[in-house]
Design a protein around this ligand. Structure first.
Ligand code: NAI
Length: 248
C-alpha cells in the first residue's frame, strides 16, 4: 500500500519541473492528483498521461496562482470533482532577477505576487476546507536563498523568505485543527528555471555544493513525499533544506 493511498493532492505549477516530479511521486504512492498551471498545453497533457498510468484520478486545471479570484474558483472546481483536498503543494514560482540598482517595480511585484501571494491565495481558499476535514497538509516551495539571501535576487529571496514566515504562522494558527504546514528549501535543482542560467554561472553554483552536483526534481519530490505522508505526522512549521549540503 502506498504512503498516500486515499489522499487527494493539489499541486500548483505542476505541468513540468519540480511540481511534475512531486505529482508523479504522489500518484505513485496512491494519491489522486489535481494540478494547476498557467495553461494546459502539450507538456501539461503529457504530465496528465504520465500520472494516469498509476491508475488514480488525475485532472489538470488552467489557473493563474497569482489571482485570488481564479484560485478560489479552481479550488471550488477541484472540490466538486475530487470531494476533498488533503495535501496542498504551493509550488508555482518564477524568477525575474536583477540587482536592486536596476530592479523595476514590475519585476518586484510580479515575483512577490506569483511566488508569495499565490500561497496566501491557496491557503486562504483551503484552510476552511482542511479545518472541516479535521486535517490537512500544506507544503510551500521556498528556497535556500529565502534563508541566506542572494545578490541579484532580492525580489525572489524576499518572496521565498515570506513563504517561511507564512508557513510558520499557519503551523501555529492551524495546528490545533490538525493542519501541518512546512516549507522545502531546494538549493540548485536542474529544471527549466535553472536551465535559463548561463553555463559559467551554473558551473560556479555546482562548485559551492558539497555533494558536487545539482539536485534533481526527484530529490525534492522525495522530501515532498515525506512531508505529505504520515511519516512526518509530528513535523510542522519547519523548513527542510534539499540542497546537497550547500546551505548548512
Ligand atoms: P519551472 O519554471 O520549471 O516550473 C514552474 C512551473 O510553475 C511552470 O510549469 C510554470 O508554468 C508554473 N507557473 C509559473 N507561474 C505560474 C502562475 N502564476 N500560476 C500557475 N502556475 C505558474 O520551475 P521549477 O524549477 O520546477 O521550480 C518549482 C518551484 O521550486 C518554484 O517555486 C521555484 O521557485 C522553486 N525552486 C526552484 C529551484 C531550482 O533550482 N529549480 C531552487 C529553489 C526553489
Amino acid at each position: 500500500m502506498g504512503l498516500l493511498e486515499g489522499k487527494v493532492a493539489l499541486i500548483t505549477g505542476a505541468a513540468r519541473g519540480i511540481g511534475k516530479a512531486i505529482a508523479l511521486k504522489y500518484a505513485e504512492e496512491g494519491a489522486d492528483v489535481a494540478f494547476t498551471d498557467l495553461v494546459i498545453n502539450e507538456a501539461a497533457e503529457q504530465t496528465v498521461a504520465e500520472l494516469e498510468a498509476f491508475g488514480h484520478k488525475v485532472k489538470a486545471y488552467a489557473s493563474n496562482a497569482a489571482s485570488f479570484d481564479e484560485t478560489h474558483t479552481v479550488v471550488e472546481e477541484i472540490l466538486k470533482e475530487f470531494g476533498r483536498i488533503d495535501i496542498l503543494v504551493n509550488n508555482a514560482g518564477i524568477t525575474k532577477d536583477g540587482l536592486m540598482l536596476r530592479m523595476s517595480e514590475q519585476q518586484w511585484d510580479a515575483v512577490l505576487t506569483v511566488n508569495l501571494k499565490s500561497a496566501f491565495n491557496f491557503i486562504h481558499a483551503l484552510t476552511p476546507v482542511m479545518a472541516r476535514q479535521r486535517g490537512g497538509c500544506i507544503i510551500s516551495m521556498s528556497s535556500v536563498v529565502g534563508v541566506s539571501g542572494n545578490a541579484g535576487q532580492c525580489n525572489y529571496s524576499a518572496s521565498k523568505a515570506g513563504l517561511i514566515g507564512l508557513t510558520k504562522s499557519i503551523a501555529k494558527e492551524m495546528g490545533p485543527r490538525g493542519i501541518r504546514a512546512n516549507c522545502i528549501a531546494p538549493g540548485f535543482i536542474i529544471s527549466d528555471m535553472t536551465a535559463a542560467l548561463p553555463d559559467d554561472v551554473r558551473e560556479q553554483w555546482v562548485k559551492t555544493i558539497p555533494l558536487r552536483r545539482g539536485g534533481t526534481p526527484e530529490d525534492v519530490a522525495n522530501v515532498a513525499l515525506f512531508l505529505a505522508s504520515d511519516l512526518s505526522s509530528y513535523v510542522s512549521g519547519q523548513v527542510i533544506h534539499c540542497c546537497g549540503g550547500m546551505n548548512c
